[in-house]
Design a protein around this ligand. Structure first.
Ligand code: VG1
Ligand code: CO
Length: 566
């Protein structure tokens, strides 16, 4: 098979964001658009290792996945990679792919992976597509690597492609090719779920969870209601929950992955997983969960739709870490959360005498900490929870962690969370998203706000008769304690003297316009019993009013209300 050197021109804007390059499908469909980006990934991501290296390829099955997988196979072959490990039909959840990289393949190191997903963004011909590069540790490429990829895309003038190579990756098996002037090239098409399930079986006690669901531990069946939102978790959830844990198949919703997620928005929150929430309100189920398009996010709910705030979910799992078999044989050194995430896990770390780290938004910042053995569990307020078993957040893992904890504690989700608050106090949290606002207005809002931050320190802000005094106001900066790399401009913070916080960020995962995220959190001590159990929106109302007024949200965005509140 011949290698064709194809001339091309750079496309503007191929800059990976918080989690890879995400654009509308028609943008990816432009001639050479995907080819350019894939060539840049191989050059910058693999560097001098490129010849002879091997990568894992797969994604959440969204529209354009098959075409993109084909392009990657042909370009990888022409660039002298020795092997691609491809999920059947180009399908792999993000956590499953991270595991495949870390595991190695037939005794050889895997040098990284390419994930085809736009996560929780809608799919289909008018929806979003995305391409992300992960490194040898199984985690998203750090900033230095994504910057290098971007630099190449601004100058690229040719790519190499084995145009005539045909690979039927709908069938599991080994496909071998001789590439002219390059060498031997192998595509191993593998079953998408097996390895991930093996991993979960090593981490959790499946028989015990099965007994819990069957009612053998408590004398009462535990019923789950799970929504895969037509995303990547469907096949993993069906196999684990039905085949291994004996759940009722009718309690699993939307488990068939669809290229357009059935027209839905595969983001597991109270807005987009509404049907799940409504069904839980009937009280027939004890635990509900939903997962995003690529399977790395999760939302956990209790009976009657009791909402577990992701910042609390992280803290509860950390507090109950000893019930998870995987951690019984490992040293747990610490936990981490992203900066906008409420600090509930910090209190758990303190109580256990462990370290806690505060990182910028995006899973890539946890990688170094996990590789260095500094953290075991980490999470984000954006429905991301995970551990050092892989280097991505992991929705199915989070569900199994909760089930494992329930199996030991034999209490309801609500009881566990309420007891957590009674022990540690409650970090009340909410996030307002203003999606798809005019980018110019969004940038102005941030510039306007940032300019005022120094003058805020020491000032009082009041709303609804409550006053907060500013202790710190800055643009968050992070120095990685492992390699010393510095990430600047990671979000505007206003921290008040009582520890309450307002955070303003522009999203780095959107494909069009801008999204402003406003994060609000406040701490209620455990002895403030009259307020401890009140709804979050009530408790945070004064702070929300202060935030909206201070940043002049309506003036800059023309929006009276956010698109999504979580
Ligand atoms: C969002 C979330 C962030 C998450 C990222 C990727 O980023 O806020 O916490 O890590 O999405 O998640 P941003 O820049 O839009 O705020 V996923 O599930 O897309 O891999
Ligand atoms: Co995701």
């Amino acid at each position: 098979i011949a290698v064709v050197e194809t001339p091309t021109k750079p496309f503007a804007g191929q800059k990976p964001g918080t989690s890879g390059l995400r654009k509308r499908v028609p943008e990816f469909q432009q001639q050479n658009y995907t080819e350019n980006f894939v060539q840049a990934i191989l050059d910058a991501g693999l560097g001098s290792k490129k010849k002879g290296s091997q990568l894992v390829v797969g994604g959440d099955g969204r529209f354009l996945s098959m075409e993109a997988t084909n392009v990657i196979i042909k370009i990888a072959a022409a660039n002298g990679l020795s092997r691609l490990i491809v999920g059947q039909n180009g399908f792999l959840s993000t956590p499953a792919l991270s595991n495949l990289i870390r595991k190695g393949h037939e005794g050889r190191v895997v040098d990284g992976g390419i994930i085809l997903t736009a996560s929780h963004n809608p799919g289909g011909p008018k929806g979003d597509f995305g391409i992300k590069f992960n490194c040898e540790n199984g985690g998203p490429a750090p900033d230095q690597v994504t910057d290098a990829i971007y630099q190449i895309t601004t100058k690229i003038d040719k790519y190499l492609i084995a145009k005539d190579l045909e690979c039927d990756f709908t069938q599991v098996g080994r496909y071998e090719y001789d590439i002219e002037g390059v060498g031997h090239f192998v595509v191993d098409v593998i079953d998408s779920v097996t390895e991930y399930i093996n991993l979960m079986q090593k981490i959790f006690d499946f028989p015990k969870i099965k007994s819990l669901l069957a009612g053998e531990l408590t004398g009462r069946k535990l019923r789950v209601l799970l929504d895969s939102m037509h995303g990547a978790t469907g096949p993993y959830i069906s196999t684990i929950l039905v085949d291994h844990l004996g759940a009722d198949p009718s309690d699993l919703l939307r488990t068939v992955p669809k290229p357009d997620f059935g027209g839905g928005h595969p983001d597991p929150n109270l807005t987009y997983a509404k049907t799940l929430v409504e069904r839980l309100h009937t009280g027939e189920h004890d635990l509900g969960a939903a997962f995003d398009g690529d399977g790395d996010r999760n939302m956990i709910l209790g009976k009657n739709g009791f909402f577990v705030c992701p910042s609390d979910s992280l803290a509860v799992i950390a507090d109950n870490i000893d019930y998870i078999p995987y951690f019984k044989t490992r040293k747990v050194a610490g936990f981490a959360r992203s900066m906008p995430t409420a600090g509930a896990v910090d209190l758990v770390a303190k109580a256990k005498g462990l370290q806690v780290y505060e990182t910028p938004t995006g899973w890539k910042y946890f990688g170094n900490l996990m590789d260095a053995g500094r953290i075991a569990i980490c999470g984000e307020e954006s429905f991301g929870t995970g551990s050092d078993h892989i280097r991505e957040k992991d929705g199915v893992w989070a569900l199994l962690a909760w089930l494992q904890i329930l199996a030991d504690r034999k209490e309801s989700v609500e009881e566990i969370v309420t007891k957590h608050w009674q022990k540690y106090g409650r970090n009340v949290f909410t996030r307002y998203d203003y999606e798809n606002v005019d980018a110019a207005g969004a940038n102005l809002l941030m510039t306007f706000l940032e300019a005022q931050l120094p003058a805020f320190v020491g000032r009082d802000f009041s709303a609804n008769g409550v006053t907060y005094k500013v202790a710190v106001a800055d643009n968050f900066q992070y120095t990685d304690p492992v390699d010393g790399s510095v990430a600047t401009k990671q979000g505007l913070r206003i921290v008040f003297e009582d520890g309450s916080r307002l955070v303003f960020r522009l999203s780095g995962t959107g494909s069009a316009g801008a999204t402003i995220r406003l994060y609000v959190d406040s701490y209620i001590p455990s002895n403030d019993t009259s307020r401890l159990l009140l709804p979050a929106h009530e408790l945070l109302k004064p702070l929300v009013l202060i935030a909206l007024d201070t940043c002049k949200m309506e003036q800059f965005t023309n929006r009276k209300a956010p698109t999504v509140i979580t």
